[in-house]
Design a protein around this ligand. Structure first.
Ligand code: PGA
Length: 257
């Protein structure tokens, strides 16, 4: 398995100028590059350029977008394409976040096209999957997550899978302060790995990263990363403050030896 991946999903927070100030404050907390983790910022589209400039030309901190459209260009008012994101220095793109699914009606079919577009344009997808509270309580966690994986990935080759990160984000844990326990996360991560072995190969499962998201904090990150089944974190609320995001990154760095 590669280095743990820590991604800060800013959602709809920070203007371009606030983003530049944030990046300066964040960089002050890293006198030297962290080498044992991969750290990625996912600001809104409007702040990508300012974050890139603030990070500087060959920064060790990477850039992700929060969404993309599946077409490369055309009459799609308000949409942003893979080539546009690549040109701004993005290397990753979050796809199928539960807020996109529930608030903006994204369906598995759309998500599958977005995964394909990301792969075509050299962006590494961070595919989000996860069950709602009622689905968990109804014992459907495994089937919901499997259906989401199937919907998004069924045309992906084993080679392509190696560039994909799967983010298990239980909907009930997002923004609630109620993170999944390490045991709950590990159980689902293992079922994701089983799904991959069954549908691709044993080799594929050793290259795909499965990260956890949902109320990750400086307090719970060490326990989550203590498990071999958890390859990193997708952080929302706790990434908006430079101090707490830097702490999460430092804890992740020291937990991976
Ligand atoms: P949260 O968000 O850390 O605020 O729960 C995580 C996410 O939605 O990616």
């Amino acid at each position: 398995m590669g280095k743990p991946l820590i991604v800060g999903n800013w959602k709809m927070h920070k203007t371009a100028s606030e983003a530049a100030t944030f990046v300066q404050a964040l960089q002050q907390r890293f006198p030297a590059a962290l080498t044992r983790i991969e750290l990625v910022l996912a600001p809104p589209f409007t702040a990508l350029e300012s974050v890139r400039t603030a990070l500087g030309p060959s920064s060790w901190i990477g850039l992700a977008a929060q969404n993309l459209h599946w077409e490369s260009q055309g009459a799609f008012t308000g949409e942003i394409s893979g080539p546009m994101l690549r040109d701004l220095g993005c290397r990753h793109v979050i796809i199928g976040h539960s807020e996109r699914r529930t608030l903006f009606g994204e369906r598995d079919r759309d998500i599958q096209k977005k995964v394909r577009a990301a792969l075509t344009h050299g962006l590494r997808p961070i595919l989000c999957v996860g069950e709602s509270l009622s689905e968990r309580e109804g014992g459907q966690t495994g089937s919901v997550v499997t259906a989401q994986l199937h919907g998004a990935l069924r045309h992906v080759t084993a080679e392509e899978l190696a560039t994909i990160t799967i983010a298990y984000e239980p909907v009930w844990a997002i923004g609630t302060g109620r993170a999944a326990t390490t045991e709950q996360a590990v159980e689902v991560h293992q079922s994701i790995r089983t799904y991959i072995v069954t549908n691709w190969t044993q080799a594929a499962v050793s290259t795909v990263r499965v990260i956890y998201g949902g109320s990750v904090t400086p307090q719970n990150i060490a326990s989550l990363l203590a498990s071999d089944a958890i390859d990193g974190a997708l952080v929302g609320g706790a990434c908006l403050d430079p101090e707490s995001f830097a702490t999460i990154a430092h804890v992740a760095e020291s937990s991976h030896t």
